[in-house]
Design a protein around this ligand. Structure first.
Ligand code: KIV
Length: 276
């Protein structure tokens, strides 16, 4: 049985911290699930860390569904959340519903996430009305990077902070079961966490949030082009991978791989027949 939205909401009430992590493929999702992480986000961050795009903007529904299916196949307990890509929920309520439904019906996800506050509240409410759990996402919303003018801390002025509080309230009132707060000052995130009834999941939003989310490549140190300030590297996988691949390269070149241990033998008499 997978984690439910009610269990996630109860964690806030009990003061139990919520852990969320991204995953994009079957093998990684299995490990994350076996550790017991309750929320796995198939984030559109895959555009950058898996597909090599410059931002999340080029990511398509088909790419998201492809990775969501793999993550779902690799998990038994976690709630898998599909991240709705840029412009798949903006044009109309009908399109938002159709694309949210694809994550559930084709992708096998249990919930969707979408970026925005007051302006997407109606879409959140209509998706929830269809029985699809929604996670909100405010603060630094990477799909609006051109409008925001860069990957900057959000909510630093009184107006911007008030806007974020209103956005969080609108998303919560629309029926979202949780909300991501990305790159906002820690005291503001704490205030929002106290003001709304649904769990806040922070990324670069300090310790006062109900939970935390990170991009898995950042915490494993496998994506080194850019390491955000909010990410802590619990491993340096890029270095470990590079050294293993270098050893393989060198051994193939030197003729020392494979050895008998990695090879298969055959009956000598059959070989003798073939050599006649
Ligand atoms: O796409 C993503 O990975 C995200 C998280 C950073 C919250 O939206």
């Amino acid at each position: 049985m997978r984690i439910t939205i009610n269990q996630i909401k109860e964690m806030k009430q009990k003061g139990e911290k919520i852990t969320m992590l991204t995953a994009y493929d079957y093998t990684t999702a299995r490990i994350v699930d076996e550790v017991g992480i309750p929320l796995i986000l198939v984030g559109d961050s895959l555009g950058m860390v898996v597909l090599g795009y410059e931002s999340t903007i080029p990511v398509t529904m088909e790419e998201m569904l492809h990775h969501t299916k793999a993550v779902v196949r690799g998990t038994k307990q976690a709630m898998v959340i599909g991240d709705m890509p840029f412009m798949t929920y903006h044009i109309s309520v009908a399109e938002a519903l159709k694309n949210a439904a694809r994550f559930i019906q084709e992708g096998g996800a249990q919930a969707v996430k979408l970026e925005g506050g007051v302006t997407v509240a109606e879409k959140v409410s209509r998706i929830v009305d269809c029985g699809i759990p929604v996670m909100g996402h405010i603060g630094l919303t990477p799909q609006s990077i051109h409008q925001l003018g860069g990957y900057k801390v959000q909510g630093k002025t009184p107006e911007a902070a008030n806007k974020l509080i209103k956005d969080a309230q609108a998303v919560a009132e629309a029926g979202a079961f949780a909300i991501v707060l990305e790159t906002v000052p820690a005291p503001l995130a704490t205030l929002i966490t106290q003001r709304i009834s649904i769990p806040t999941i922070g990324i670069g939003a300090g310790i006062g949030c109900d939970g935390q989310v990170q991009v898995i490549n950042d915490i494993l140190g496998s994506f080194t082009e850019f390491v955000p300030k909010h990410a802590k590297q619990y491993a340096k996988l890029a270095g470990i991978m590079s050294s293993a691949i270098t050893q393989y390269y060198n051994e193939v070149k030197a003729g020392s791989f494979p050895t008998d241990q990695q090879s298969f033998s055959m009956d000598e008499s059959i070989l003798a027949e073939l050599s006649k």
